[in-house]
Design a protein around this ligand. Structure first.
Ligand SMILES: NC(=O)c1ccc[n+]([C@@H]2O[C@H](COP(=O)([O-])OP(=O)(O)OC[C@H]3O[C@@H](n4cnc5c(N)ncnc54)[C@H](OP(=O)(O)O)[C@@H]3O)[C@@H](O)[C@H]2O)c1
Length: 171
């Protein structure tokens, strides 16, 4: 399997979602996410079925990126051009050779993806506070023998929250 990166936003408890949606509205993070995952073009985003369904129809597929939806059951119908895979390896293979591959959630997909040696980086937006989430991302910050912090933006504020962009690299 080729290398891929994870893009995720968590609160102080590692929470990523609540009731099938994001618990916060942070346009600066959405812009950061769009920039990271789009890159120069030709990138692929891989997401679980619940995350796909959480994106309002008018915003999906995510433009300028190859969209791959993971499902064991199958998702019908999917818009033209959106690919479907029944496993992470198959999803990464669908990305082909070019561009970057970004795994964009949700919880079930992150839990599997973060354990893979091919997962080379985690782009983490850390949002200060607790949002009563029901879906979580594993706390990689504490696993220092595996993950090293390579970037930290410093604390920022906007839309009523404090947040920080971090990047971790697998050792
Ligand atoms: N904060 C963030 O950065 C962020 C990012 C993304 C999502 N989220 C949030 O996370 C929540 C959704 O996460 P979730 O854990 O409920 O769902 P999810 O990971 O988005 O989707 C789970 C579904 O994906 C499919 N799937 C997962 N792993 C698979 C594999 N290895 N092979 C084949 N299919 C696989 C299965 O679909 P089938 O049931 O069809 O088989 C599974 O039921 C929402 O609240 C969303 O807003 C947050």
């Amino acid at each position: 399997m080729r290398e891929f990166e994870i893009v995720v936003a968590t609160d102080d408890e590692g929470g990523i979602g609540r009731d099938g949606d994001l618990p916060w509205r942070l346009p600066a993070d959405l812009a950061y996410f769009r920039e990271l995952t789009t890159g120069d073009g030709g990138n692929t985003v891989i997401m679980g079925r619940h995350t796909w369904e959480s994106i309002p129809e008018r915003y999906r597929p995510l433009p300028g990126r190859r969209n791959v939806v993971l499902s064991r059951l199958g998702v019908h119908p999917l818009p033209e051009g959106v690919l479907q895979a029944t496993g992470l390896e198959e999803a990464v293979a669908l990305a082909g050779a070019g561009g970057q591959v970004c795994v964009i959630g949700g919880g079930a997909v992150y839990r599997e993806a973060v354990l893979r040696p091919e997962c080379s980086r985690v782009h983490l937006t850390r949002i200060a506070g607790r949002f009563g989430c029901d879906t979580f991302f594993p706390a990689i910050e504490a696993v220092e023998e595996e993950w090293v912090e390579e970037f930290r933006s410093g604390s920022r504020a906007g839309h009523g929250v404090h947040y920080e962009f971090l990047r971790y690299r697998r050792r």
